[in-house]
Design a protein around this ligand. Structure first.
Ligand code: UT7
Length: 358
């Protein structure tokens, strides 16, 4: 069933690769604990921790939009790369500031990058891996010499606060990387990709209203259709099988064995899912990078935030091989293999929003 006849399998060309040269994460200040959620929802800290591994998450303040988080992460990533300019800015998000226009041009301008090409990528929780493939392709195709890619989401703006299953999972945040042109044998070279989708699973993760499907239907949208919905159990099963299969496909393409992977950095969906994927791949638990306990599921921001956490804590070291894998609405999935570069010290995302997590 998982043998896909289609999809993207991408190898980096030897002569010109995209190289990771800047990284940052940014979290809004407001920490929301499980106990706080338990005061207004029929749930408990114990249930949330046991079923998801999540202990707390951050929520954007009222009036704070995705671009506000994206700008902060983008600014820090540019500083980390020691760069003031890039040729292109890509924002990947499920919670754009508006349905029109895209969020990236605004973010670019606010970063002093007006004039750069700027566009959004939508692939829900796989957005960062899709965005990374788009950014790397701009560089390998010699269309750009440098790209800022930002994964940012404010799920607190679309999740029904009374929906106990989804309200406990999602958090807000942003993570960003800068890529420059370099060589495939350099540390930091972004390597092989596997990307795929299955739109027959559209209804498993969706916001029903707000798009042309609803607008072309007579009558106003029902209030509940404006909220994010997810059929958790089915999504869980797809997430496990798709992330593991995509990770394997990427390793096969790169002609690497699983024991050559130093760190698996999956989309931080749910700790049980992440452990099952690592187990399925035969990777020891200590090679699994996870920060879901402290941030929850931050959508397109989740992988760069996990990378920034791990880099700040020196869990990932230069020269180590890192495998990213993600799954999200669409359905979409994707994986990428890279070697870790030498980066300047990365600030811990938990210190970035102004409040230390408890
Ligand atoms: O980012 C994209 C990818 N997203 C994911 O991969 C998320 C995938 N899904 C999940 O992480 C899990 O399915 C959830 C965390 C969403 C739910 O966990 P579950 O273990 O699949 O629980 P469930 O939906 O099967 O519900 C089990 C029980 C139900 O009660 P009954 O019917 O057995 O009496 C739920 O009503 O748990 C109940 N429940 C809760 N109880 C306390 C659901 N949510 C809660 C809650 N607190 N927050």
């Amino acid at each position: 069933m998982l043998d896909q006849p289609f999809g993207i399998s991408m190898r980096p060309p030897a002569e010109r690769a995209a190289v990771l040269c800047g990284l940052a994460g940014w979290l809004p200040p407001r920490v929301v604990t499980n106990d706080e959620l338990s005061q207004r929802l029929d749930t408990t800290d114990a249930w949330i921790r046991t079923r998801t591994g999540i202990g707390r998450r951050r929520f954007a303040d009222p009036g704070q939009a995705t671009s506000d988080l994206a700008v902060e992460a983008g600014r820090l990533a540019l500083a980390s790369a020691g760069q003031e300019h890039v040729d292109a800015v890509i924002v990947t998000t499920t919670t754009p500031d508006r349905s029109c226009p895209a969020t990236a041009p605004l973010v670019a301008s606010r970063l002093g990058l007006a004039g750069a090409a700027a566009f959004d990528v939508g692939a829900v929780c796989t957005g960062f891996v899709y965005g990374l493939a788009a950014a790397a392709s701009l560089i390998t195709a010699q269309v750009a010499d440098s790209v800022l890619l930002i994964g940012a989401d404010t799920y607190s703006t679309i999740v029904d606060p009374h929906d106990r299953t989804n309200a406990i999972i999602f958090g807000d945040g942003a993570g960003a990387v800068v890529l420059r042109a370099g060589h495939a044998d350099e540390r930091g070279a972004v390597g092989h990709f596997d990307l795929g989708s299955d739109g027959t699973g559209e209804e498993l993760i969706m916001v029903a209203a707000g798009g042309s499907r609803q607008r072309s239907t007579p009558g106003p949208a029902e209030p509940q259709d404006r909220h994010f919905t997810m059929r958790g159990k089915e999504v869980y099963r797809h997430a496990v099988t798709r992330m593991a299969a995509s990770a394997r496909a990427t390793l096969t393409l790169a002609d690497r064995k699983v024991d050559e992977v130093d760190h698996l950095v999956p989309h931080q969906a749910n700790l049980r899912i992440l452990r099952t994927v690592a187990d399925d791949l035969g990777l020891p638990a200590e090679r699994l990078v996870t920060n879901v306990e402290s941030v929850g599921n931050t959508g397109a921001a989740s992988i760069p935030l996990a990378l920034a956490d791990a880099a700040a804590e020196h869990t990932i070291r230069p020269g180590e091989r890192v495998l990213l894998t993600a799954f999200g609405g669409g359905l979409t999935w994707g994986s990428c293999l890279l070697t870790w570069p030498t980066l300047p010290p990365i600030a811990h995302p938990h210190d970035s929003g102004g409040t230390q997590a408890p």
